[in-house]
Design a protein around this ligand. Structure first.
Ligand code: NAD
Length: 352
């Protein structure tokens, strides 16, 4: 029997293809705006300047100071730049860090956002914003955070380094994985998550051989959209909680941490919801957790938290923080269970 569900509807307009960057000026105009502040990280400033040139008199300037985990000091500087330039919307060109800055501006000023994602992190389709102040990261959900338009241009992903390609894709697969057992899952996220995993499974080995493979890049970006949509429409659990703890309290890098944790968080929940995780087992072979671990290894992903800067003495404190406040998860959260999970992820062993 079909499971009852609530489908909240889709509010973000999506433009997908090769060379779609050319459509950004029309998308700004379509929203009724004429002065866009283009955002990027320092690393992608040249691309942001080129986009501003393309926007011509619809550009209010470039702010190229976006940083990982959306520090509020950077947001304050960007809002000052937004006001000084007389901007009426933002165009965020980059990965999750740049999208985060655009969201932080939008939620404070009401500005509309056009997002041009260049990684697979998947922030663009969500109503989620994580920000850091005084060294502490907090996350909130608010409809005002969700971008109005997302323009996916496959060409912009051709420059994504292969290491970040792999970890960012596994970061995306983590959204799909937790989407399969989310209490508020619905057929749209379920179907897209299945398609997305299949597309990543086919694209990543091809990209590991040739990062310029345009067809594989298109598959991977399509998959990123599906995973982002899932992240933005259902509730996440253990995996995202642990990634948040390791990123927020131990400064571990975002995409790599998701990549290392994914097989282990999947394996932790598999005894409770093996039936719901079956699409992962079917896609990657074996059990879901072990299948993901072997796939990650085959495409050169990092496998050990030890290699990301965590020390073995951090494992007890990470367990403490991760189990302090109760949250919904298919399998009950136990101290011993999480400590064991973290040890396996620290050592990089294939989850049983
Ligand atoms: P990132 O945005 O920090 O990008 C990493 C680096 O890669 C940057 O220097 C960037 O300029 C560069 N880069 C990006 N695309 C490139 C390309 N195509 N070619 C060459 N270089 C490129 O990394 P990320 O993993 O995309 O995002 C991580 C951040 O996003 C974290 O702060 C995380 O919390 C946030 N995030 C938020 C959500 C959400 O829904 N709120 C979802 C996922 C991630």
């Amino acid at each position: 029997m079909t499971r009852p569900f609530v489908f909240p509807g889709l509010t973000t307009r999506v433009v997908f293809g090769h060379g779609t960057l050319a459509q950004v000026p029309d998308e700004v105009a379509r929203l009724g705006h004429s002065r866009a502040l283009v955002l990027s990280t320092p690393h992608q400033e040249a691309e942001a300047q080129a986009l501003a040139a393309r926007l011509g008199d619809k550009a209010a300037g470039v702010f190229a100071g976006a940083a990982m985990h959306t520090p509020v000091e950077v947001t304050d500087q960007a809002i000052a730049a937004f006001r000084a330039a007389g901007a009426d919307c933002v165009v965020s060109l980059g990965g999750g860090s740049t999208t985060g800055l655009g969201k932080a501006i939008a939620v404070r000023t009401g500005a509309d956002q056009v997002v041009v994602p260049t990684t697979y992190a998947g922030s663009e389709m969500t109503d989620i914003l994580g920000e850091t102040a005084g060294g502490e990261k907090t996350t909130r959900r608010d409809p005002a955070i969700r971008p109005e338009v997302v323009v996916y241009d496959v060409n912009l992903t051709l420059t994504l380094p292969i290491a970040l390609t792999v970890t960012s894709a596994l970061n995306a697969i983590a959204h799909a994985m937790e989407g399969f057992y989310a209490p508020d899952r619905h057929p749209v996220t379920e179907a897209l998550s299945r398609e997305a995993m299949l597309a990543f499974r086919n694209a990543l080995p091809a990209l590991a051989k040739d990062p310029q493979d345009r067809d594989a890049r298109a598959k991977a970006l399509f998959a990123a959209w599906g995973c982002s949509l899932t992240l933005g429409h259902v509730t996440m659990a253990l995996h995202h909680k642990l990634a948040h703890v390791l990123g927020g309290s131990f400064g571990l890098p975002h995409a790599e941490t998701h990549a290392v944790l994914l097989p282990h968080t999947t394996a932790y929940n598999e005894p409770a919801v093996g039936d719901l995780l079956q699409p992962i087992a079917d896609t990657f072979g074996g059990t879901a957790g072990a299948g993901l671990w072997r796939f990650a290894k085959s495409v050169g992903a990092p496998l050990r938290l030890a290699d990301l800067g965590l020390t073995e003495t951090d494992l007890d404190r990470a367990t403490e923080i991760a189990t302090k406040n109760p949250y919904a998860n298919p399998r009950p959260i136990s101290r011993e269970g999480i400590r064991h999970l973290l040890q396996q992820a620290y050592d990089g062993t294939c989850p049983a």
